[in-house]
Write a new protein. Sequence first.
Length: 566
Amino acid sequence: MPPVAGGCLRLPGVAAGCRWGEGGALVLQFFMPCGRFSGISLCPAGNSPVSHDALQASGFVTPLCCKSITFAQTADEMKSALYLYNTLTRKKELFEPLAPPFVGMYVCGPTVYSEAHLGHARPAVTFDVLYRYLMHLGYNVRYVRNITDVGHLENETDDTGEDKISRRARQEHLEPMEIVQKYMNSFHHAMEKLNTLPPSIEPRATGHIIEQQQLTEKLIGEGYAYEVNGSVYFDVEKYDGRHNYGILSGRVLEDMRANSRALEGQDEKRGQFDFALWKKAAPGHIMRWPSKWSDGFPGWHLECSVMSTKYLGETFDIHGGGMDLIFPHHECEIAQSTAAQGHQPVRYWVHNNMVTINGQKMARSLGNFITLEEMFSGSHKLLARAYSPMTIRFFMLQAQYRSTLDFSNEALLAASLGLQKLMNAEKTLAGLIPGGSSTADISGIAAKCHEAMSDDLNTPIAIAHLFDAVRIINLVNDGKEKLSAEDIRSLQELFRIFIHDLFGLRAEESAGNDRLEGVLKLLLDIRQEAKAKKEWAVSDRIRDRLSELGITVKDRKDGYDWEITA
Ligand SMILES: [Zn+2]
């Protein structure tokens, strides 16, 4: 490992960063692949070259999860600016954390009352990539994603209907907490398959009932909430008089009033748009907690204000979620926190767009509601075949997170082939023979990839640049171009960072694949022998039949290559 002055450490499969600290010391930050540990350490001060051996000799580098350590980025690259689209200001803004190198990020997690579906996958993958990229840039990120296990009513805009979890518990004849456990496990299982890193903290609403009651009390005390018949509501009119209800969604209360009519069953509320902070439980309601107002349960919006403040502070850097949460959920979160604290809670609001299926919104009533397990097994009637978790992940990365994403069999098949091509190129790259000096120009590819990511996580552009590298790798493999050993190493590093560290893609070997590859190799070896004996009918037949099966065989001077092309 050559000593590199001012270099940055990169750990395989993890994000790590460095920056120059006080007195010229190199500050190193480690994030383990297990996602459980992160640390900041100092190596000997000064800008002198830092070698791998010297670091190990100092007892500094002993990560259990890491097999090797390499120098890759320069300190300047680490400082590359990240621009994020802020829903609050409606423009792309330079991301500047409140207290670097720390970043606090809160993302609204699932309400766990049914199987994880495609709609869950998009925010999970989007914010996983943001989490990974922030760590890659050297930030120490605390990523909080909640689990909603109470208070999410069926009609979420007007606080009516049954609690989604209670309802499911009744239908399945299970305890509400059995429902929560069952579907939380299913969500985690699907997230693991999609290779999303676990958040730093995953708080649950039922674990924060006392804090939610405290905030409700505070809001009553500040005059922004009122009690009626054991329920407590947030006074939107009053809030809007002093602040701006609609600051995030762009809605104007007056227009909302003009365009809607009062709904039945809302007599308790002073204003039509007031929302529940605490709801008195009806006699048969199972999920209930004692409070000074009534035996009841918290309103849905309250948990996120409470848990984000508890774990990230009164003001924190990033709040994420799907665009469908902008109103009323996030608008209400802002109102609650601003009313209680006197200032806004979040600096950057980041929202991912929705998923459609064959151009339609996904809904149970439309019969196009596809769970992730159905995707992975191909068991839904709209699916022509199974799509692997990495195909789904890669497909999502092929769109910028703020654009809509339409699922169709054609698009997923194309994503599957694209991913295969990328992964094949990485394998090919590992076996390339260096050719003295390079004839192909790879300079600039890495910078362009970073640039795309820094431009509001433009993953499709970064992927397009990776495919420039794929093209060069295949040309080199075909003997049409040459790459130096150094350039091969750079491309390997680029692929490792982008494909694995940032995009979170991993090779998928389904059970039995090794055996099938063995059979394929046997068949192709027989073909080689036939060719050597000039038995062209046999060799052509094998090639043609494989081609019909979507496996393309390419002859080379010293053997053959094959790839799955359809
Ligand atoms: Zn939320």
